[in-house]
Design a protein around this ligand. Structure first.
Ligand code: CTP
Ligand code: MG
Length: 556
C-alpha cells in the first residue's frame, strides 16, 4: 500500500472508467457470494467434492487451440466445464460430465520416459499435454484467456476504493475484489481431491476435505488451503451389515494414543506427497504441534497447503462461520475489511508468531455483531436452541450442535450501515476491557477471563481453549492503538471533508494506508497533546456528541 503519491492525483472519473472496463471484460468475478446460499454447508461440500472427482488438471503448452484441445479431450466423454489459469505455466481445469471419462483419459496416457532421470510411475489426475508437431503451429493456436487467482495489487485496490460512492460501497467493493472466485473455489476442491487420491493409496475410502477460510466464506484470494484427512468414514458403511452371532473386525496395529496415531498417519502421507505427489514440493512434517500437520506447496494450483487429520472440530467451526457469513450480507463485508486493515498494518502475518490471526479477527467481528442492538448475529447458544435431532453433533465429548438449515434462522431487524458498523467496531475494541474480559460468541457477552493471556477468545466448541493464546501484550496494544486511530480518522473525515472534494484516499482507503502516514497527518492536525491522550479525548467527544453524529455520512 505504498505508492500513494500516485493515487493522490487519480481523478475519480479515470478510476471509475477502470472499474467499468473491468466489469465489462468480466474480470470481476461474482463467485457464489453475494447471494443468500440456500444449500447447507454439507450439501455444498458434497456437490463440490463430487464435481472435483470428475475433474482433471492439465499442464498445457503456452499457445494452443482451445477448440481442438476440448475436441481432443471429448474423445473420453462430454465436458461439463473448463477454465485456464497460469501457475508455473498454463494449466487447464477440465470437468467431465462423468467420472468414467477420467479413467478413460488415464488409460490413454503414458508415463514419460526420462533421459538421465527416472520417473515414478504414479497415475494421477495431473497431466502434461504435449503437441506432436511443436514446430508447426496452426493459426488457431493462440494465447488463451486465463482466470485470475491472485488478489488485485494494493495500488489497484486503493484506486477502486477511492472511486467508490460511499464507505458502504467501499466495503462491498473490497469484498468483491478479494473474495474467492468460483474458479478458485473449484481449484481448491480439486486440489483436495488430488491429495485424496494419494492418501487413498493407503487408506481406501478416506476423504480429504477443505476447511478453514477456503470454505467458511471468509477466504481471500491467495489464502492457504487447509485440508482435513477424514478417516472416520472408512468402514462406516460395512459395519452392522452382517447378521448372525459373529462380528468381524479388521486386525490393526495399535499405538498408545490418538495423537500418536495421527502423527504416524501424517508422517506416512507426508512421505507419499514428497516422493510420489506430482507438483507437491517443500513438504514439511510438523508433527509436534498441538494439531499435527503436513505443510506443502502444491505447485500446479499454487496453493500453500496444511494437511491435518483428527481435526473434526475445526471442520465444524468452518461450518459455523459459513452460517454466520451467510446470515447477513454485512458480515462478510465487515470481516474482509477488518482482515485487510489488519494485514495492511502488519497486525496479521503469514508467519506464525505472536500476531493476531484472521480466525481470531473473524470471531471478534462476529462477537461485535452479536452485541449490536438489535443484534445482527445470533449467539451460538441460540443456534443450538434452534437445532433439531438431526443437527445433534458431539465430537470427542464436545457439544458441537447448532442449527444447520439457514432458513430456520430469523433475519436480524438491525439496519445499521456498514460505515457505522466499521466505526463502531473500532470504537468498541479500542475501548474493550481486554485485561479482564474474554470474548465469547457462544453466549454473545463478555465473560471474565479464565486465564491471564492478553487476548482471550473462547474456542466456540472446545470451550477450555483460547484461540488467541499466541497473541502477545504488545501485539494486542498495537491492535488497540490502531483501532482507536482508525475510529478517530473515520469520525474526523465526516467533519473535515465534503464528499465532492476527495482528492486523496478517504474512508476505508485512508484506513489502509501505512500508519506512519496516518500518524503524520494526525500530528499535523492535532499537535499539542501526546497521541494516546489526544485519541482518548477525541473518542470521548465523539461519544458525548451522540449516535446521530456517529451515523453521519458523507451524504451518500
Ligand atoms: N482453528 C481453530 N483454532 C485455532 C486456529 C485455527 O479452531 N486456534 C481452525 C479454524 O476452524 C480455522 C481453521 O482452523 O478456520 C484454519 O486455520 P487458519 O488457516 O489459521 O485460519 P483460516 O480461518 O483458514 O484463515 P486464513 O485465511 O488466515 O488461513
Ligand atoms: Mg487457512
Amino acid at each position: 500500500l505504498r505508492p500513494i503519491h500516485r493515487l493522490l492525483s487519480c481523478p475519480r472519473t479515470v478510476a471509475a472508467e477502470i472499474k467499468r472496463e473491468e466489469q465489462s471484460s468480466g474480470s470481476v468475478e461474482t463467485g457464489s457470494e453475494g447471494r443468500t446460499p440456500k444449500k447447507t454447508f454439507s450439501e455444498v461440500q458434497k456437490e463440490r467434492r463430487e464435481q472435483a472427482q470428475r475433474t482433471v488438471l492439465i499442464h498445457c503448452p503456452n499457445k494452443i487451440s482451445v477448440k481442438k484441445f476440448l475436441k481432443y479431450l471429448s474423445q473420453h466423454g462430454p465436458i461439463n466445464n473448463h477454465f485456464f489459469y497460469e501457475s508455473f505455466g498454463l494449466y487447464a481445469v477440465v470437468e467431465f460430465c462423468q467420472k468414467e471419462s477420467v479413467t478413460s483419459l488415464q488409460n490413454g496416457t503414458r508415463t514419460p520416459s526420462m533421459g538421465t532421470e527416472a520417473a515414478i510411475p504414479f497415475r494421477s489426475r495431473v497431466f502434461n499435454l504435449k503437441t506432436k508437431n511443436p514446430s508447426n503451429p496452426t493459426s488457431e493456436q493462440s494465447r488463451v484467456q486465463c482466470s485470475i487467482h491472485a488478489p488485485p495489487s494494493s495500488k489497484k485496490l486503493l484506486e477502486l476504493l477511492c472511486c467508490a460512492e460511499s464507505i458502504d460501497d467501499q466495503l462491498n467493493t473490497l469484498l468483491k475484489e478479494l473474495q474467492l472466485t468460483e474458479e478458485n473455489t473449484k481449484l481448491r476442491y480439486l486440489t483436495c481431491s488430488l491429495i485424496e487420491d494419494i492418501a487413498a493409496a493407503y487408506f481406501l475410502d478416506c476423504t480429504v476435505r477443505p476447511f478453514g477460510s477456503s470454505v467458511n466464506s471468509f477466504g481471500k484470494l491467495g489464502c492457504d488451503l487447509d485440508m482435513f484427512l477424514d478417516l472416520d468414514e472408512i468402514g462406516k458403511f460395512s459395519a452392522n451389515k452382517t447378521s448372525g452371532n459373529f462380528l468381524m473386525e479388521f486386525q490393526v496395529k495399535n499405538v498408545p494414543s490418538e495423537r500418536m496415531a495421527t502423527q504416524k498417519i501424517l508422517s506416512v502421507i507426508g512421505e507419499c506427497l514428497d516422493h510420489f505427489g506430482p507438483g507437491c514440493v517443500g513438504v514439511q512434517k510438523i508433527l509436534n504441534a498441538r494439531c499435527p500437520l503436513v505443510r506443502f506447496s502444491h505447485q500446479a494450483s499454487g496453493f500453500q497447503c496444511d494437511l491435518t487429520t483428527n481435526n473434526r472440530i475445526a471442520l465444524k467451526s468452518s461450518e459455523l462461520l459459513y452460517i454466520y457469513g451467510a446470515l447477513d450480507s454485512r458480515v462478510r463485508a465487515l470481516v474482509f475489511s477488518i482482515r485487510c486493515w489488519a494485514r495492511a498494518h502488519s497486525l496479521t502475518s503469514s508467519i506464525p508468531g505472536s500476531w493476531i490471526t484472521n480466525f481470531s479477527l473473524t470471531m471478534m467481528v462476529i462477537f461485535f455483531l452479536q452485541r449490536r442492538s438489535p443484534p445482527i448475529l445470533p449467539t451460538l447458544d441460540s443456534l443450538k436452541t434452534l437445532a433439531d435431532a438431526e443437527d445433534k453433533c458431539v465430537i470427542e465429548g464436545h457439544n458441537c450442535t447448532f442449527v444447520r438449515d439457514l432458513n430456520k434462522i430469523k433475519p436480524s431487524g438491525n439496519t445499521e450501515t456498514l460505515e457505522l458498523l466499521l466505526k463502531e467496531f473500532f470504537e468498541y475494541f479500542g475501548n474493550f476491557a481486554f485485561n479482564k474480559n474474554s470474548i465469547n460468541i457462544r453466549q454473545g457477552r463478555e465473560q471474565n477471563k479464565p486465564e491471564s493471556s492478553p487476548l482471550h477468545i473462547q474456542n466456540p466448541f472446545e470451550t477450555s481453549l483460547n484461540i488467541s493464546k499466541n497473541v502477545s501484550q504488545s501485539q494486542l496494544q498495537k491492535f488497540v492503538e490502531l483501532a482507536r486511530e482508525s475510529a478517530w480518522i473515520l469520525n474526523q473525515e465526516d467533519k473535515d471533508r465534503p464528499s465532492s472534494s476527495r482528492s486523496q484516499p478517504w474512508g476505508l482507503a485512508a484506513l489502509l494506508l501505512p500508519s506512519v502516514v496516518n500518524s503524520a497527518s494526525l500530528a499535523k492536525r492535532v499537535r499539542k497533546k501526546p497521541a494516546s491522550e489526544r485519541i482518548k479525548s477525541l473518542l470521548e467527544s465523539i461519544k458525548s456528541s451522540g449516535p446521530e453524529n456517529a451515523t453521519c455520512t458523507n451524504g451518500k
